[in-house]
Design a protein around this ligand. Structure first.
Ligand code: NAD
Ligand code: UFG
Length: 349
């Protein structure tokens, strides 16, 4: 049996898939989530899929007292920190909520980790920290900037992690910058379950296909891209989940290194992109979904969405060289697994 990992936000979309990957890799898991954007049913289904009860504690990362109880009860090797709010539009309307939850919450978590001398963290960052990229593909040295409070909250946490690593070199703080996570577990049991009308492309496509929504609006067909529609680096959520296992394995190898020539036991602040390295346009994704499902997806072109950029895709080299990780699943598999989840669970959990 490997080390025990605290997974904040582990009931959510990416967290629930990562719990399965962590379990398969032999890790013990403790999930800590306030269920503000998820449900107990996700925990039940993960338990079913891993064939044993998942240890789940309902709690908020801003609650230091509750966190201390969790750290008192378990000896953690590290924390994977998914907990956060993620809706860009809502963050513009409610900036204080976003800074409080995502930034203050992370500070509280880091303070409790420091108290218990748990100094390995894998943080959920985002390609949004690159703003409108100057060059493509985007590597980890690209300049960072953000235009909305959600993005600012991710960038601010990255700055905090950088400062923390400078102040105390025993921290290992890996910031995984996700590109566009899509897809679902191949069982069709867990997947993305947006509360309202989806903001993101893939859940919108799948809800149109299942008949819950009438028509997809494609925001802009005049971008300087292959077909005029926006280009993104869509990555299957199970590949993304595996990236977290690789990050933890990397930290474990480092901390267990006995070689006298290699004294470094921590990585400081380490940003790593998790993407496929390939761009796919909105129209290409719609066509792939149509092909996989054999269903018609009505769509119309509308004006550009405020704040959108033309193209965004990762350089995935650093993850491959350092972690030995790369994305394996195709766009067709992303569509097939999304569709299985959506058609088996038309109303989500
Ligand atoms: P999600 O909303 O499905 O999962 C986040 C989980 O965190 C939810 O279960 C929610 O209940 C929990 N949570 C929120 N605030 C909390 C708090 N204060 N205390 C305890 N739990 C709390 O989102 P996701 O798509 O799984 O994203 C996970 C992380 O990855 C988030 O930090 C998100 O910002 C980041 N991210 C997501 C995407 C994406 O497109 N999905 C892209 C880049 C980065
Ligand atoms: N799009 C449409 N119609 C829709 C929804 C989206 O045409 O109904 C288009 C967008 O204009 C964009 C592309 O599909 O060109 C992807 O849009 P998403 O909203 O799915 O994803 P974004 O790249 O805009 O943003 C997502 C997350 C952010 C995160 C970013 C980078 O929403 O939180 O990826 O990881 F920061």
């Amino acid at each position: 049996m490997k080390n025990t990992i605290l997974v904040t936000g582990g009931a959510g979309y990416i967290g629930s898939h990562t719990c399965i990957a962590l379990h398969q890799a032999g890790y013990e898991i403790v999930v800590y989530d306030n269920l503000s954007n998820s449900s107990r049913e996700a925990i039940n289904r993960v338990s079913h899929l891993i064939d044993q009860p998942l240890t789940f504690i309902e709690g908020d990362i801003r609650d230091a007292k509750a966190l201390r109880q969790v750290f008192d009860a378990h000896q953690f090797f590290g924390v994977i920190h998914f907990a956060g709010l993620k809706a860009v539009g809502e963050s513009v309307a409610k900036p204080l909520l976003y800074y409080n939850n995502n930034v203050s919450g992370t500070i509280t978590l880091l303070e409790v980790m420091a108290e218990y001398d748990v100094k390995n963290l894998v943080f959920s960052s985002s390609a949004t920290v690159y703003g409108d990229p100057e060059t493509l593909p985007i590597d980890e040295t690209a300049p960072r900037s953000c235009t909305n409070p959600y993005g600012q909250s991710k960038l601010t946490v990255e700055h905090i992690l950088e400062d923390l690593a400078v102040s105390d070199t025993s921290w290992s703080l890996i910031s995984l910058r996700y590109f566009n996570p899509v897809g679902a577990h191949p069982s069709g049991q867990i997947g993305e379950d947006p509360n309202d009308i989806p903001n993101n492309l893939m859940p919108y496509i799948s809800q149109v296909t299942v008949g819950k929504l009438e028509k997809l609006s494609i925001f802009g067909n005049d971008y300087p891209t292959v077909d005029g529609t926006g280009v993104r680096d869509f990555i299957h959520v199970t590949d993304l989940a595996q990236g977290h296992v690789s990050a933890l394995n990397y930290l474990e190898q480092l901390t267990s290194s006995r070689s006298p020539s290699d004294m470094a036991k921590s990585v400081g602040f380490l940003p790593i992109n998790l993407g496929t390295g390939k761009g796919t346009s909105v129209l290409e994704l719609v066509n792939a979904f149509t092909e996989v499902t054999g269903r018609d997806i009505p769509y119309q072109f509308t004006g550009r969405r405020a704040g959108d950029i033309a193209s965004c895709y990762a350089s995935a080299d650093k993850a491959k060289v350092l972690l030995g990780w790369y994305a394996k699943l195709s766009v067709a598999e992303m569509c097939a697994d999304t569709w299985r989840w959506q058609s088996m669970n038309p109303n989500g959990y």
